[in-house]
Ligand binder design. Structure first.
Ligand code: ADP
Ligand code: MG
Ligand code: MG
Length: 252
């Protein structure tokens, strides 16, 4: 589904990703962990297509297409969803309007009929119930004045409605209390399916108690320096990141 080969990328002349390789297949959940400043968010921004990030070399194949040549909108419409550490606020645009427009843009792209107002409301209300959001949030401006937990719930709602093929969550757990964390995890777990893949970027192992990954990778110095199963996350929690980066530097 997603194949990243020898990716090098820089920000403001500073090289951040330095030969990153990653293969993600449909049905898999991958966790990417790593020390602060190792390039985790840069990777998600590069996959999203943000302009500040310059691709120096490497390839990203996304379902048979060259991801790096696609626009931000094309990436989103083709089923790539990115949830960010700091969700944007859109004053003056109601959440309902925003969600309906996003859902229907994706449906058009997939050759599906658009949802009319009635069908959309039925669907969105059911999903809001599942993530514990009150209906009033439909009529408020996107994320404006939402608390941290409410923004996360809204992000999970967006993700669920868009039914992405690949969802990338960048530190969606940062600053969440345990209830909000469970909402995020439940939302993600409901999305798990053989046709879909998920990349969960997190600094801490805590989220992975709730979203159990198939693979865990350590990103350090702009490369994946170690990959393993779920037990790697537990080992990192116990031992920190130092030993992995040291072993990687020593060429082990
Ligand atoms: P992580 O998410 O793993 O903590 P980041 O990808 O956010 O790491 O950052 C990697 C490095 O790139 C850091 O040294 C950071 O300061 C730098 N960096 C990231 N984005 C920018 C930017 N927009 N401008 C300047 N430097 C940046
Ligand atoms: Mg960081
Ligand atoms: Mg980050």
């Amino acid at each position: 589904m997603l194949s990243i080969k020898n990716l090098h990328a820089s920000v403001e002349e500073k090289s951040i990703l330095r030969g990153l390789n990653l293969e993600v297949n449909a049905g898999e959940v991958h966790a990417i962990m790593g020390p602060n400043g190792s390039g985790k968010s840069t990777l998600s921004q590069v996959l999203a297509g943000r302009e500040d990030y310059k691709i120096e070399s490497g390839e990203v194949d996304w379902m048979g297409q060259d991801l790096l040549s696609m626009s931000i909108e094309e990436r989103a419409r083709s089923g790539l969803f990115l949830a960010f550490q700091y969700p944007i606020e859109i004053p003056g645009v109601s959440n309902a309007y925003f969600l309906k427009a996003a859902v229907n843009a994706t449906r058009r792209h997939q050759g599906l009929p658009e949802l009319d107002a009635m069908d959309f409301l039925k669907k969105v209300k059911a999903e809001m119930k599942a993530v514990g959001m009150r209906e009033e949030f439909l009529y408020r401006s996107v994320n404006e004045g939402f608390s941290g937990g409410e923004k996360k719930r809204n992000e999970v709602l967006q993700m669920t409605l868009l039914e992405p093929k690949l969802a990338i969550l960048d530190e969606t757990d940062s600053g969440l209390d345990i209830d909000a964390l469970k909402v995020v995890a439940d939302g993600v777990n409901r999305l798990r399916s053989p046709e879909r893949a998920l990349i969960v970027i997190t600094h801490y192992q805590r989220l992975l108690d709730y979203i159990v990954p198939d693979f865990v990778h350590v990103l350090a110095g702009g490369r994946i320096v170690r990959s393993g199963g779920r037990e790697l996350a537990l080992e990192l929690e116990e031992r920190g990141y130092g030993w992995v980066t040291e072993e990687a530097a020593a060429g082990k």
